[in-house]
Design a protein around this ligand. Sequence first.
Ligand SMILES: NC(=O)c1ccc[n+]([C@@H]2O[C@H](COP(=O)([O-])OP(=O)(O)OC[C@H]3O[C@@H](n4cnc5c(N)ncnc54)[C@H](OP(=O)(O)O)[C@@H]3O)[C@@H](O)[C@H]2O)c1
Length: 265
Amino acid sequence: MKNIAIVTGASSGIGEAFVKEICSVDDKFDEIWIVARRQDKLDALVALTGDRRLRPVKADLTDASDLESIGKRLEAGDYSVDLLINCAGLGKRGNVADNAIEDIAATINVNCQSLSLLTKIVLPFIKTAPVKKKGGRIINIASSAAFLPQPGFAVYAASKSYVLNFSRALGAELAAKGIVVTAVCPGPVDTEFLGKATGGRETEFTGIRKSFVADADKLAKASLKASFRGRRVFVYKFSQKVIHFISKAVPTGLVLCFEQKLLKN
Ligand SMILES: NC(=O)c1ccc[n+]([C@@H]2O[C@H](COP(=O)([O-])OP(=O)(O)OC[C@H]3O[C@@H](n4cnc5c(N)ncnc54)[C@H](OP(=O)(O)O)[C@@H]3O)[C@@H](O)[C@H]2O)c1
């Protein structure tokens, strides 16, 4: 039986950082499936790491037939999935009234629907273990945007609330099988994400957000450790832990007023 890892969103940013980290520290995988639409980027990652275990899987996760073909590939071989990282995601800034319908649909589709469907498809192949022994692991990349409603980024923030709550509930369902589900909640991370979120208007974090920006490689390393330790929710960096605390301690209406004021300035 082949022991494998599957990483979506592997063609750039945080997903790519996860793949590099797994290649450098983990020798227990026979294959590492790297999933995204941009084949050239996946091939470049294979060349960069020189890791012969990497298997590029070109797939649009919003396409039902591409999801189905991942399931068929798993069924056709003798695979045990030890690690599934759902990292593919996107968001578009702007008020809902100004967002394009296709951008709203793509955000919900990739961040929520395809994440859930791929998890469902992979689940039968995930390694199980008696309680308190280590079974397989699922890491879902949520965001600190999951903690609060965000005017100006409403669909994205709500989609990440879904990822966070889906992960917590799934983790409870799978605990008896020894499978750990970790929702990772970083703040801003230095990747292609911002440029895509603003239609290229902004490509780097500025102002106060700059001091909160995390490095993708460090985030990936810390997240893998957190999942190995069995963490259910991993909020990355102190600044985001503060936001997490505020989201629990302060009434949401009050935070919304503050956010609106920030937007006006
Ligand atoms: N960067 C941040 O500030 C930040 C903060 C918190 C959370 N996150 C979350 O972290 C995750 C990774 O984001 P990132 O920062 O690494 O951004 P990124 O560099 O833009 O990476 C996004 C990845 O998602 C893949 N993807 C998007 N749509 C897809 C689709 N339809 N089918 C298959 N793959 C698709 C992209 O691959 P292709 O384009 O090649 O398909 C790419 O590999 C996302 O879930 C994001 O919400 C990011």
